[in-house]
Design a protein around this ligand. Structure first.
Ligand code: ATP
Ligand code: MG
Length: 646
């Protein structure tokens, strides 16, 4: 592996500047971080904006870069560490083992007729076979479409019709907190609902739930694996622009979009991010607590760490339950200690879960291997960041990005230059991203400090970002590039502000901006403010239509300790305190019209607050597509509360 050190690495600003002004030279250097069968002829073809083609003429393979490439130097080192606190299984696969298992899976897929460009839908729990299947697809040039395990039949059916897979890879069941969910009946029901039918369904039997097979269609992985124990499957070299996978966004704001990703640009982007942002060293262990159903799982459980030659931990289970099924809020730290994790990636939501536990669990383990914790997916509030920072004594690095981009837009690139972070800010634009703040009303660029605007990215999007919306170029152009009148620029649909030092702060989604009597307020600003009260565990603020003021803010609050809030009197006092905090920090205009105490907030399966659902319920509207809602009970409680109070 050759890597060219940039002369500009003494200063991150210069590094970033060069990535924009000398784009092709910059990315040509980064291309050296991966293996190519044929080197690219052209670095970026942006002749048909906003469609960007990266590393044109080059041929490579994601699986080769993630697995085969490491056999020379680290065949016997751990590559995949699969830990399930649901089944008590813990398996370590070296790069050599992984190479074998992936070929077995690839041979099984080939035997089922899968060829280059065919889609394979993966509907799996967090088990090693799911990773084998992803890598096997990449190996033979098939396009994978991972659908979050346990999604309801309806959501699965829509995604089956969208991807039209030749094969579906699935399992008998998944398990969460000891509760088994049988996947096979969900899949069978989805296939009854879907227009498209796959030629075969390849099933892993974990013996967790009964799994009747449909003759002629359903195949057992154990049987096919046995047949292909020693079938070598060579890597298929594909064009850099070949689609490696499609993946749906979280559906926080509406109908999920099928993000289509390339091969060469993605491999280079991940290799570069592992070096400059995550600073992963080959031979070390990376632990991302995400799920393979989400983009973080694709980029930073599977491909990123493996491309960097690191071992990656695949974790099935809750953060608060041990291998024996008993409560253990120290389980993640136990794994950090055992596998000498150097880089850990999680979400603020998970940290808030841990924050509710006794801190003694953190102190019980030797965490000296850990060098940094990266958090992404939603705003990282200051109290949560402060708590975990005090507990771990390592840098806490917030990073802001989207399914669409595949890797961070905003973060801190300590691998280029050690830079201090700021609480509440995900940092500065990452190299390759020409980030702008745009005024929503005039479409003009806001260049001054502390001006609020829509976070937008000037094209071309850097390598690794979405190529288009799967089978819907028009939706790609119209949704992402035409929302700002008069110019072709990528909108993140997030609302932000930049301070005088160039650090960005995300204020919320553009849909979440509240307009109270002509004042535009980000819901995030109000939430941050309320969250600073010591008895607030979680809070969601939404704007609700109001005849007088246009909109008013409504705050839904989960108390850290609700035991003293049983009496109406005490609740009123608490609400009053929260209002005062807002008055003091933001002014009376931002004060929520009501504060509602709830036990649970509605979230997507990936832990994102479903504000649009709260807003719809509060306005008495249909909450829309709820396929990714985690616990329907959360919304039901809100409905009852609003009905009872109003
Ligand atoms: P959909 O696009 O289907 O509505 P989604 O936007 O939640 O769903 P993702 O791509 O998983 O789907 O999430 C990206 C979004 O998450 C960002 O646009 C931003 O709103 C939010 N986000 C991610 N990371 C951060 C962060 N570090 N700080 C603040 N917000 C973040
Ligand atoms: Mg989004």
């Amino acid at each position: 592996m050759s890597s060219t050190r940039s002369q500009a690495s003494s200063s991150y600003a210069a590094f970033h500047q060069r990535s924009i002004t000398q784009r092709d030279a910059f990315w040509a250097e980064q291309a050296g971080l991966i293996d190519w069968q044929t080197p690219p002829r052209q670095i970026c073809d942006y002749s048909k904006p906003p469609f960007a083609k990266w590393f044109v003429g080059g041929t490579t393979n994601l699986c080769h870069n993630a697995v085969d490439r490491h056999l020379k130097d680290r065949a016997q080192q751990p590559a995949l560490i699969a830990v399930s606190t649901e089944t008590g299984r813990e398996q370590v696969y070296t790069f050599a083992d992984l190479h074998l298992e992936v070929q077995r899976m690839a041979a099984a897929l080939l035997s089922l007729g899968v060829t280059q460009g065919d889609r394979v839908l993966i509907y799996m729990p967090m088990i090693p076979e799911a990773v084998f299947a992803m890598l096997a697809c990449a190996r033979i040039g098939a396009i994978h479409s991972v659908v979050f395990g346990g999604f309801a039949s309806g959501s699965l059916a829509t995604r089956i019709d969208d991807a039209e897979p030749k094969v579906i890879v699935s399992a008998d069941a998944g398990s969460r907190g000891g509760k088994v969910t049988a996947y096979k009946p969900l899949l069978d029901e989805a296939l009854r609902q879907s227009r498209h039918q796959p030629a075969s369904v390849l099933l892993v039997d974990r013996q967790l739930a009964p799994m009747p097979l449909v003759p002629g269609r359903d195949q057992l992985w154990s049987a096919l694996r046995e047949q292909h124990l020693y079938t070598p499957v060579p890597v298929v070299w594909v064009d850099a622009t070949h689609t490696s996978y499609t993946l749906y966004t979280s559906g926080t704001t509406g109908k999920p979009k099928g993000v289509q990703r390339d091969t060469g640009g993605y491999a280079v982007a991940l290799a570069a991010s592992m070096k400059y942002i995550y600073e992963g060293q080959a031979g070390e262990t990376y632990f991302s607590t995400s799920d393979i159903g989400w983009v973080v799982g694709h980029s930073y459980i599977v491909y990123g760490p493996l491309i960097a030659g690191m071992a990656t931990i695949l974790y099935e289970g809750l953060p608060i339950r041990g291998m024996d099924g008993q409560p253990d809020p120290g389980i993640w730290w136990r794994l950090v200690e055992k596998y000498k994790v150097t880089r850990m990636f999680s979400a603020p939501t998970a940290v808030r879960v841990l924050k509710k536990q006794d801190p003694v669990y953190l102190k019980r383990h030797d965490l000296s291997s850990l060098k940094a914790l990266y958090l992404a997916g939603e705003p990282l509030d200051e109290p949560t960041a402060q708590w975990i920072s005090d507990a771990l004594h390592v840098p806490i690095i917030d990073n802001y990005w989207q399914t669409e981009t595949g890797w961070p837009i905003l973060s801190i690139a300590n691998g280029v230059e050690k830079t201090p972070g700021k609480f509440g800010s995900p940092g500065v634009p990452m190299y390759g991203y020409d980030v702008k703040l745009i005024s929503e009303s005039t479409g003009e660029e806001l260049t001054g400090p502390d001006q609020k605007g829509v976070l937008a990215i000037e094209g071309p999007l850097p390598p690794g970002c979405m190529q288009t919306v799967w089978r819907d170029d028009a939706r790609f152009v119209n949704t992402y590039w035409k929302s700002i009148p008069g110019r072709l620029i990528y909108s993140t649909f997030d609302w932000g502000v930049r301070d005088q030092d160039g650090y960005f702060f995300i204020l919320g989604r553009t849909d979440d901006v509240i307009n109270v009597a002509g004042h535009r307020l980000g819901t995030r600003e109000i939430e941050e403010c309320i969250a600073s009260h010591t008895n607030v565990a979680e809070v969601a603020v939404v704007g609700v239509a109001d005849a007088l003021k246009g909109q008013v803010a409504l705050a839904f609050v989960v108390a850290r300790d609700a035991s003293g809030l049983g009496e109406a009197q005490a609740r009123l006092r608490f609400e009053g305190e929260l209002m005062q905090v807002v008055d003091r920090q933001l002014g009376a205009v931002a004060r929520p019209s009501r504060v509602l105490l709830v036990q649970l907030l509605p979230k997507t399966r990936s832990g994102k607050l479903l504000r649009r659902a709260l807003q719809a319920v509060a306005e008495g509207r249909d909450p829309g597509d709820l396929t990714t809602l985690d616990d329907p009970g959360a919304l039901q409680q809100v409905r009852e509360l609003l009905a009872g109070k109003s």
